[in-house]
Design a protein around this ligand. Structure first.
Ligand SMILES: [Fe+2]
Ligand SMILES: [Fe+2]
Length: 371
């Protein structure tokens, strides 16, 4: 088997088998199988919601990508809305086939729904949904979207999550003491609205064009999950049992706070013809370098065209930022597109080290990869 051409697909739980449109209802673990890594001719990545909306950001054709910006709305119209949150629309072309994937769902219904309309994104055209992890700045508007589009989505529309903990209660320890409730994405109401949910713990092909990384191996010695992040333990044997939280203590009593290792976080990827991999980390708690390496390993493809997403380095010390930039140099992507929680520290460091690779996104930015 040519490793470059095959993606090893392992278990996809919850009775939904991700590949080939073959649902196996009631089967808890699908047997491992190998499938071809999909290659697309073109990917149009639209940043529907991000932390900033910069009307002065420059667009235009760069060496191998095109960057388009969304200008300020006309007088009397509501402009694009930015917030602490992230949502993407991903449209790909492979031959004559076109696919649309919605990745992450911002913090608020107000911003996501408005920006979908303003950018011409129709959620009923979606071929699949992906949620990167269980933080509300990524899932926030998803319950409202499922409610608003109930009965209008394509049949059997599947939401790909990376693990049980996506649907568990999260809490943040505050530096001033006390905790901030991080909320909980409730799985039941989503399924009641007609969404299928696949736990893609292993790499999975999504809508025939995209793929998810599966749970991300921690291979670097400098990337650590955010120290203040906590999960609320559920009863042993439940889906929010600490047994699903990864390398952490497993004997917590229900209601106790457990260090959050983001076991179920996954990245999204595409392989663009004659370009290489586009890896989207979303929030990057598992580490942007770990995420890229995971996708390289899963696909057997070394060439990285673009690293996109929140890298969650805003709170990181200079030493970690420097190591990340060194690792970026070793990976040598064509472009680095840092959004959301990346942090000015890291953006400046990337700009110093490789200014020609840095592309700053903004709410409403479209990046066209491929032909
Ligand atoms: Fe997050
Ligand atoms: Fe985030």
């Amino acid at each position: 088997m040519n490793r470059r051409q095959f993606l090893k697909l392992g278990a996809v739980t919850s009775g939904v088998f991700a590949l080939g449109g073959v649902p196996r209802i009631g089967e808890r673990w699908a047997s491992a199988q190998s499938v071809a890594v999909p290659t697309v001719d073109r990917l149009v990545m639209t940043n529907v919601v991000d932390n900033i909306y910069n009307v002065f950001a420059k667009g235009g054709k760069l060496d191998t990508i095109t960057v388009q910006r969304t200008p300020l709305a006309r007088v009397g119209e509501v402009p694009l809305l930015a917030e602490h949150g992230l949502a993407y629309h991903l449209e790909s072309l492979g031959g004559v086939e076109r696919r649309e994937v919605l990745l992450d769902f911002a913090l608020t219904e107000l911003n996501l729904f408005h920006n979908y309309r303003a950018l011409g994104v129709d959620p009923t055209h979606a071929d699949a949904l992906i949620i990167s992890h269980g933080h509300r700045d990524h899932y926030g508007a998803l319950p409202d979207l499922a409610r608003a589009q109930q009965g209008k989505f394509k049949p059997d529309l599947t939401l790909y999550a990376g693990g049980e903990d996506t649907f568990c209660h999260r809490v943040q320890m505050m530096p001033t003491g006390g905790t901030l409730d991080g909320g909980q994405l409730d799985r039941g109401p989503l399924e009641a609205r007609g969404l299928r949910i696949a736990l893609a713990k292993q790499p999975a092909v999504v809508a025939g064009h995209a793929f998810t990384s599966g749970q991300i191996a921690r291979t670097t010695d400098f990337e650590r999950p955010p120290a203040p992040a906590r999960l609320v333990a559920g009863p042993m044997g439940s889906v929010c049992s600490p047994a699903h939280f990864g390398a952490t203590k497993v004997e917590a009593k229900p209601g106790e706070l457990v260090a959050d290792t983001f076991q179920g976080e996954h990245a999204t990827g595409y392989h663009v013809k004659n370009r290489g991999l586009v890896v989207i980390t979303s929030c990057g708690h598992a580490g942007v370098i770990n995420s890229v390496r995971q996708v390289q390993k899963a696909t057997g493809i070394e060439k990285v065209h673009a690293i996109v997403g929140g890298f969650h380095l805003a709170p990181a010390p200079d030493e970690i930022v420097a190591k990340t930039v060194e690792a970026f140099k070793a990976i040598n992507p064509d472009y680095i597109i840092p959004s959301h929680c990346t942090g000015l520290n890291t953006i400046i460091a990337v700009h110093r080290a490789m200014p020609q690779k840095l592309v700053m996104p903004s709410t409403g930015t479209r990046v066209i990869f491929g032909a």
